[in-house]
Structures are given as C-alpha cells and as structure tokens.
Design a protein. Structure first.
Length: 250
C-alpha cells in the first residue's frame, strides 16, 4: 500500500516518491523533483539509513541492485522484528549529469566507422587513464573468450553450439575506476529485444550480445549509432536528504 506521510524535510529537491509495504518487504523509492527523464540525468543511492521510531535499523533486502536509473532509485528492506509507527530515512543521492566538460559523455559515431576489437575509451574521453575498457567486437573475438559456450534447446534435452552471428551488436566493457559505463544505442539506454550478458571472471570484463531488431539488414547494422556514458566522480553530485515520521499504511 502507498504511504501516508507527515510533512517531510527534503534537501536539494530529493522526493520520497513512494514507500510500499508488501508481505515480506518494505520498498522505498526516491527521485529528484523536476529532473529530466533521460540518460543524461541518472540517479542512484549513495548512502541510506532507515530507522523505526523504536530505534531499530532496517536491514536491506539484496534483491534490488543499486544501479543508476533514469526516473527513480529503489531500496527494499526486510520487515522489522518489532511493530513501529514511523520511519526516519536519511542519506544521500548520487546525481549524474553527463556533459562533455566532465569527460562523462562521448558520441562515438556509427558502427561502420568504428574499429572492432579495440578499446574505444581513450584520452579524449577519460583524461585520467582510469583503466576503463569499451570495445565493439566481432563474432570471432567473443568466440575466443567463450569457445565452449552452449545452450539447451527448449524442445530437446540436448545442447547446441552458440551462434554468435545471430546478434546485431556485441560489445565488452570494464568500468575500471569509473563507477559505471553505459552504451547508448540509437539514442536509447534500454535497447534490444533479446540480450545475453556474459562475464569473463579472469579479466572482469562484461560481454553484451544484443539483438536489436528481427531481420536487421547489413546496412541497418552499419548505421547503428553508439554513444558512451562514463559515470565518474567528476560527473556526480551528492545530494543529501532526510525524511521524518514516514508512516506506512498496511
């Protein structure tokens, strides 16, 4: 159920957008008032502490990833042991604003003009040489990393070799000292109707294989536009918040 809360004190336009009580967890959602809902403006939880009016600190439920989001950021808590009337919520939000000046955004161009199997993050993007890595791959390159990758057919109980050629876009990345890296494809931060994520534990590199469109032609693939967001300390503002006497109706 949605909360009914008494007047709250919020700093820097952080808004408590909802808090819901489910059967086995409490969910709290935070957002920034009047923030544009696009990939140039993202938020995540930096720190958060939630206490009941009895002084019990709520324990986080780890089934929600604390990642940068466009609209709102979430935290879930286990139901506290003792009954309570109010919650006191305090912490800070990471507000990411991508601009060229803080080396957090780069328009790489279209796929046909970009080199494959090489790191596309260079000194023009990250002047501090953070160790970050982003590379567009061909099928042969990812095959070398995962030579024995197989999948189970849904209708048969046997394994088949993976066909990397069926994907429209393959890329790999490692955040290095940056907090996160996002690929923007054709102006979208959420793209593709089918994706596969693979991790190379020996290097820490993440591989993304994406099908963007059924029956995508070679010329369409060539015109795929790629941009990068690098979330780094230079691009983040930490915004504190505090909400008192938040009442949850069950």
């Amino acid at each position: 159920m949605l909360i009914s809360n008494s007047p709250v004190r919020a700093q820097e336009k952080v808004v408590l957008s909802h808090a819901v009580s489910m059967s086995d967890f409490i969910e709290i959602s935070l957002e920034l008032e009047n923030k544009p809902n696009d990939y140039f403006h993202l938020i995540s939880i930096d720190t958060i502490s939630t206490l009941t009016d009895n002084g019990e600190r709520l324990t986080e439920n780890r089934d929600v990833d604390n990642i940068f989001r466009r609209a709102n950021t979430l935290v879930r808590y286990q139901i506290p042991d003792k009954k309570f009337k109010y919650l006191h919520i305090k912490g800070s939000i990471n507000y990411f604003n991508a601009i060229h000046d803080n080396k957090s955004y780069s328009d790489l161009g279209v796929l046909k003009n970009l080199a494959k199997n090489t790191n596309l993050i260079d000194q023009t993007i990250d002047q501090k040489n953070s160790g970050s890595y982003f590379s567009l791959l061909d099928a042969d390159a990812v095959k070398k990393v995962f030579p024995d990758l197989k999948y189970n057919q849904s209708s048969k109980n046997n394994q088949q070799k993976f066909d990397f050629q069926e994907f429209d876009l393959i890329y790999a990345y490692n955040t290095g000292t940056n907090k996160a890296i996002f690929a923007i494809v054709n102006g979208e931060i959420e793209f593709g109707y089918h994706t596969l994520t693979l991790a190379d534990k020996s290097t820490g590199i993440i591989y993304k294989l994406v099908q963007l469109k059924r029956g995508m032609t070679r010329s369409e693939k060539d015109q795929i536009k790629i941009s990068l967001l690098l979330i780094n300390d230079r691009s983040i503002k930490k915004i504190p918040f505090e909400f008192q006497k938040v009442t949850i109706k069950e």
